[in-house]
Design a protein around this ligand. Structure first.
Ligand SMILES: [Zn+2]
Length: 354
């Protein structure tokens, strides 16, 4: 993909239609067998793939339409978790209650299904070890298995490494670790709310875990996604990224995908300190804003980013996945039109810059 200027991709999730959200929850509650849910979701995902191809994307996912959420998928597929025990950030999350154990693929089945249906590049998305520990470790519920969240995070690393090898063998071109937490660290109010007392420690822990997960991984492009976390078109945190740029310079990853279209990120000036050795995944579509961007608006955002980062290092994508969980419905038509505008912008940019 790096051979093409301004390649286009998605962060992961597409809005799930109501009937797809029902399928996922019916499967979870036992009203629908895994096999029947798999069959029906597969039929739905065929449409999600065509939507992305028609929009013009160079790299696609299955829309994460088999998942309840981008991070809960780890708990659904790895032993050691109990669902919905853990109130985290206002939503029920699983809690780890036993040592984690890899026993079936996390994203590999998703990739294999998509590989059989498209010739486009495929991105596999996995939650980072840090966000798993942040969202699914609880000081009381989890202490018998893991007295500290750091112990859980460390145990997630080999599981994720095994899964990355598996998605590569299944035909994924890129693996992206989703790490929303790191960019939320820039917001003092968010840090207070989440009782973060040592922000340098948290950033170092997060970066070290990403590096351990990706160390020595070859034969697949690697990425990391950061954002201000969103729900119901509102962001969980806000602020420019200056505080975390030194930490990002230590991440050994191919692409760092960041949310820059939304005004809550404080504009693009923080890109002045963006690390030189990695590609920039430029969030250039504001997925929380209903108004569909024109291709020209997207071109202007990319050209502003080019003041800080060489065009050869820029990939285009929306700020975040459109619907990270079934609890956050969004408009599928709106997502399609936004993706199409972004891909039109990429075409315009390629004619302007060769
Ligand atoms: Zn995100």
């Amino acid at each position: 993909m790096a051979d093409t200027l301004f390649p286009t991709t998605v962060i992961g999730s597409l809005p799930r239609p109501a009937w797809v959200r029902e399928l996922i929850l019916d499967r979870k509650d036992g009203r629908l067998s895994e096999e029947e849910a798999d069959r029906l979701l597969g039929r739905a995902i065929e449409g999600a793939l065509l939507l992305q191809e028609r929009a013009g994307l160079d790299e696609i996912t299955d829309g994460e339409w088999r998942r309840e959420s981008y991070v809960k998928v780890f708990a659904e597929r790895v032993r050691g978790f109990e669902p919905d025990l853990n109130p985290s950030g206002g939503l029920p999350y699983p809690a780890v209650v036993a040592p984690v154990e890899y026993y079936r693929p996390i994203a590999t089945d998703e990739v294999r299904f998509v590989r059989a249906l498209t010739k486009r590049r495929i991105k596999a998305t996995l939650p980072s070890p840090y966000i798993i520990g942040r969202r699914m470790w609880h000081p009381e519920l989890s202490k018998a298995a893991y007295p500290t969240r750091e112990q859980l995070m460390a145990d997630c690393v080999p599981i994720l490494r095994q899964e990355i090898e598996a998605v590569r063998e299944a035909g994924a071109d890129t693996v992206q670790l989703d790490e929303p937490w790191l960019s939320t660290m820039v917001d003092p109010q968010f840090r207070d709310k989440e009782q973060v007392t040592d922000v340098d420690y948290e950033m170092d822990l997060c970066v070290d875990l990403i590096n351990q997960t990706l160390d020595g991984i070859e034969g697949i492009a690697t990425g990391m996604h950061l954002c201000h976390a969103h729900f119901d078109r509102k962001h969980g945190s806000e602020g420019p990224y200056d505080l975390i740029m030194p930490a990002l310079a230590r991440v050994r990853v191919g692409t760092i995908s960041m949310e820059y279209a939304t005004p809550v990120s404080g504009g693009l000036a923080s890109l002045a300190a963006f690390p030189e050795q990695v590609r920039l995944g430029l969030g250039c579509i504001d997925h929380c804003e209903r108004q569909v961007e024109t291709p020209e608006q997207v071109v202007a955002r990319v050209e502003e980013a080019m003041r800080y980062v060489d065009k050869e290092r820029i990939t285009l994508h929306p700020d975040c996945g459109f619907s990270p969980s079934v609890q956050n419905p969004m408009d599928l038509d709106e997502a399609y039109l936004k993706l199409k505008a972004m891909c039109e912008a990429a075409k315009l940019l390629r004619t302007r810059y060769v």
